[in-house]
Design a binder for this molecule. Sequence first.
Ligand SMILES: CC(C)(COP(=O)(O)OP(=O)(O)OC[C@H]1O[C@@H](n2cnc3c(N)ncnc32)[C@H](O)[C@@H]1OP(=O)(O)O)[C@@H](O)C(=O)NCCC(=O)NCCS
Length: 184
Amino acid sequence: MHATSSTPVGSVPLNGLRPLRAPPLAVTIRPIRKSDFELEKAFVQGLSANTGYQRLMSPRTPSDEELRRWTDVDPSREAALIATTVVDGRETQMGVARYVVVDETGVAEFAIVLGDRWQGRGLGRELLSRLVDAAQQSGVTRLFGTTLSDNGPMLALARRQGFRARREAGSAFITMLTLDMATS
Ligand SMILES: CC(C)(COP(=O)(O)OP(=O)(O)OC[C@H]1O[C@@H](n2cnc3c(N)ncnc32)[C@H](O)[C@@H]1OP(=O)(O)O)[C@@H](O)C(=O)NCCC(=O)NCCS
């Protein structure tokens, strides 16, 4: 998949993705909105147990309160980009990437998750690179996130984007991913 611009909003054809049985889809990547609550809820409810576990590192189901927080973001310290497409005439969320600034030096924690049917096609790369661009433009100094150490796709995706991967001290299962932003 090829981005047409470095801005976090846009419509991108899935031409570069591995061949699909269905015709290519138009994908829109845009900031999440408060009004996306139902879209995000349907997305989260549609995730397989494995994908949900990879994302939250726990089998729990997010509460409506969490979903509200994830859709009604504070633009002074957070950004969330969603990828959507139209399935059977309805806008459908394919994935989301987000960061939240956690301290006054501009360090931010990120996370990314795609619906199962959209994984392994390059969409993660597209979303993460746009999130990194958005973070850079907003003055974030460092992005970090944690992943299960056996999450091959996440480790490959992050390394390709320039993140360092380091096993968490004291845990064989968790890997810390870090990207220091270039300063101009
Ligand atoms: C992790 C995730 C975001 C990756 O996005 P994606 O679109 O599926 O991944 P991509 O198709 O861009 O592939 C990413 C890389 O992983 C590689 N990859 C795919 N499957 C792999 C596997 N089983 N083992 C190792 N690498 C693998 C791909 O070849 C690609 O590497 P490349 O860019 O060097 O070719 C997505 O799979 C996902 O949402 N997973 C569930 C939730 C999750 O794990 N979130 C991360 C925790 S924060």
